[in-house]
Structure formats: structure tokens, C-alpha cells
Design a protein around this ligand. Structure first.
Ligand SMILES: [Zn+2]
Length: 107
């Protein structure tokens, strides 16, 4: 089970974007990496090239680069704190994520 899922709000706990919060846009489970909205922005210079029928606009493209999962913590929607994730099994036998700080369900 994934600790962090797409659509979660996370806080960056290490690196140059430490303290930043954003929504998880993409998860790469195999690489343990996540892409977070407005975090780890990299700039890429785009040359004017034509890709197929579409003309690619030249200039500087900004996009979010993936960062390591260990550099982020899930922000609990109930207590608004970055927290470690616990698990419990609910009445239906499903595993749900719980906040370790306030013990409320995250899913
Ligand atoms: Zn909480």
C-alpha cells in the first residue's frame, strides 16, 4: 500500500523546497519519487523545434521535477500537520491510512 497517493497534500521536509506544501500530482512507486505541485521547479530551455505537426514554442519551460518520497510527509487534512502515516483495518477489512498525530482517518 502506498504511503502517499496522488491528490494528497504533502509538506517537503528536506532539500531546497523545505517547508513547502503542495498537492501530489504524480507518484512513481517503483522509483519512490513523487511530483508535487509548485515544488522542485526546474527550468528547461526549449529550442524551437517542430514535433510532428505541432510547432513547439521556444523559450523557457518550467516544470515540477520528481523528488524522493523520503523528503515529503503527508499533511493530515484533519489536524493540518505533517505526519507519519499509520494504518488500521476498517469494518470492511480494508486498510486505511491514519494520522499518527490526531488518529483520524486520512482516506
Ligand atoms: Zn491529523
Amino acid at each position: 500500500m502506498q504511503r502517499i497517493k496522488k491528490g494528497d497534500t504533502v509538506e517537503v521536509i528536506a532539500g531546497s523546497d523545505k517547508g513547502a506544501r503542495g498537492e501530489v500530482l504524480h507518484v512513481y512507486p517503483k522509483e519512490d519519487r513523487v511530483v508535487i505541485e509548485r515544488v522542485n521547479i526546474v527550468k528547461k530551455h526549449q529550442k524551437p523545434v517542430s514535433a510532428g505537426r505541432q510547432q513547439v514554442q521556444p523559450g523557457i519551460i518550467e516544470y515540477e521535477a520528481p523528488i524522493n518520497l523520503s523528503n515529503v510527509m503527508l499533511v493530515c487534512s484533519q489536524c493540518d500537520k505533517p505526519t507519519r502515516v499509520g494504518y488500521r483495518v476498517n469494518e470492511d477489512g480494508m486498510k486505511v491510512r491514519v494520522c499518527r498525530a490526531c488518529a483520524s482517518d486520512i482516506d
